[in-house]
Design a protein around this ligand. Sequence first.
Ligand SMILES: O=C(O)c1ccccc1NCC(=O)[C@H](O)[C@H](O)COP(=O)(O)O
Length: 211
Amino acid sequence: MTNTLVKVCGLSTPETVDAAVDAGADYIGLVHFAPSPRHVTLDQAARLRARVPMTTKVVLLLVNEQPVPTAQAVDAVKPDVVQFHGGETPEWLALLKGAMPQEVWKAYGVRDAGSLESALKFRGAVDRVLYDSAKGALPGGNGLAIDWSLLAAHRHELAWGLAGGLTPDNVADAIRQTGAPLVDASSGLESAPGVKDVDRIRAFVQAARQA
Ligand SMILES: O=C(O)c1ccccc1NCC(=O)[C@H](O)[C@H](O)COP(=O)(O)O
């Protein structure tokens, strides 16, 4: 058994939210970004959020939102964590972190070891950095893995998590190889883009727990 935290991202239906909660996910993610096949409106996100017990934390994902829409989204959904996936600066995220009770996470695209060094600019500005693939058509949810050996070799100074191409079949290896304190998956738990599979959600959480 590991202590690795598990996040199931990109949920958009009551059934899949319930499946992730029942499977024991630590975090569920709701994507509010219209071009994504996993997009939920603020109204949908608030209704999904209301189903989640306090034992599971809710992460709201935003991309390059301006201050007013960010505040409106946080107010409507009342997440535990707000995760940013665009070109948000450390300065803006630090301001936000100081102004609201929610944790602030920043997804950060990893290309090489230099990416892990440059992520240090978010030190003090966010509560966690989520390392993800720097490639793909969308800002996240592309199913592309990063080079785990970079993370294994790195002396981590930031609280972090591993995302990108994780599935029920590879998550245990990913945890063993990188020592990730948190793992996050989205498209690897789907039967089609945006369509989560409850069996794959359960298998992912179980495989991460047993790594
Ligand atoms: O999932 C999306 O469609 C998405 C769209 C815009 C911004 C972020 C998005 N997802 C972010 C996540 O946290 C995903 O879980 C993460 O990128 C890993 O995705 P995957 O490689 O598909 O497991």
